[in-house]
Design a protein around this ligand. Sequence first.
Ligand code: SAM
Length: 276
Amino acid sequence: MPNPVMQPGDFVHILWANRERTALFRLQPAGVYHSQYGIIRHDDLIGQPWGFQGQTHRGEVFYALPPSLEDLLRRTPRRTQILFPKDIGFLLLKMSIGPGTQVIEAGTGSGALTTALAFYVGDQGRVFSYERRPEMQALARKNLEALGLAHRVTFHLHDIAQGFRERDVDALFLDVPTPEAYIPQARAALRPGGFFGALVPTTNQVTRLLEALDQHGFAMVEVCELLLRYYKPVPERLRPTDRMVAHTGYLIFARPVQTGAERTKTAQTRAPHAPD
Ligand SMILES: C[S@@+](CC[C@H](N)C(=O)[O-])C[C@H]1O[C@@H](n2cnc3c(N)ncnc32)[C@H](O)[C@@H]1O
């Protein structure tokens, strides 16, 4: 939880009282935030309690709130498609990411997933993040540094076709176009019984990934997609918002199990609650 009052360095989420839009910036002494609704002076917020109601120089009313991790992720400065918070939230649970977890991800991209992983593994855990494009790694590093989370991440500039440098990690997530090409490498890096996950946007990619998982000793295979629909929070005419993000990607989860004679076909070892 943040301090009870706003301090320099804090991110602040501005909720306009009479608008549907919000704004997010970082407080700095003598800083000024220019919006279409008027100016907010940072010094007018520093030292005030969270939830503070203020006005711009044009009299527009706003509230100052601490941003959630989701607020921060949605505003990740990006040059790639980033994972959506709805998918990130679920994969964190499915892959049991928490304090102390050692987790690999590829590719780093703009660092949205890296941010969430670094937030949840805590100072006892570690995120090993692989990216082959230097400009993407630089952007992600900058994004993580801005949030004070970069010290929990090892950034590798490395094509994962050449394998991962770590062994026996707890979890490994792939957000790359051809995850099926890196399953032997993923398996070599994961501890037995660890958690594998991936996101791909098309069913063709899912099919290829399922075949690769089957060939390399993964069980408890699950495929799902998450649909998130927001509602207009108006008591007298409660209904869904006009627009929704209809598709982000398919999530695939699996667990590495023993290979060889003991290998069990994934088709026979679906997760118990996965419908036929
Ligand atoms: C969709 S972006 C990842 C977005 C990221 N998960 C996020 O939430 O911001 C995919 C990234 O994977 C990287 N990539 C693709 N193939 C790779 C490989 N073989 N090794 C390392 N990085 C790779 C790309 O350069 C790109 O930056």
